[in-house]
Design a protein around this ligand. Sequence first.
Ligand SMILES: *Cc1c(COP(=O)(O)O)cnc(C)c1O
Length: 228
Amino acid sequence: MTDDTLANRLLLVRERIERACARAHRDPATVKLLAVTKIFGPEVIREAWAVGLREFGENYVQEMERKAPVVADLAGARFHLIGHLQSNKTKKASQLFAAIDSLDSVKLANRLDAEGVPLDITVEVKLSEEDAKTGAAAAELPAIVEAIRSSKHLKLRGLMTVPPWSEDPELSRPYFARLRELAAAHSIEELSMGMSNDMEVAIEEGATWVRVGTALFGSRRPLLGLTP
Ligand SMILES: *Cc1c(COP(=O)(O)O)cnc(C)c1O
């Protein structure tokens, strides 16, 4: 019935967001869409910009470095780093991104602040026991929040979490609920949670950002060790 174009996939994602908001009695305008363009080339960012998307999530500093010159002319486009940041890459990250959504240590907060560039910051919290996941432990959050709030250039916006992957989005719900509690305890406004497979549950639990890749752009081809 509908063609499989980015414009149509975006419509479907917006409908999913609206239906979840209706169930949760929320205004859809309170849920922002972060378009996750990792692994895809800069032409995909241009295409996404052309259909109205303005906030983009990228996982790797080096990958963004390659894309940045090609997308520099896209007015109003803002890039968020959503992948783990190594402390030796804070200078480049502060030049390439408007927002760091994956900050997970006091050390990183101090290093980013020392770069002297205004940055929106979201703290990534690890709420599962999985070894492979990055993110700060909940117990480390008070010190990280304090470091950001007492910094010169960093603005604390939100918390982010990535639950263990599962086919069943309901299994993400307790992680999302926990993130909401942590944010409330620290008076933090934004909640970045929910991806292609579990955005509805995240919205029901209070997400103000959903980070969507696959549902917009299709599956990511494996590419030279950059597979997620
Ligand atoms: C890749 C990625 C996403 C997007 O995942 P999809 O399942 O493709 O929507 C969201 N958040 C983070 C942190 C990611 O690494």
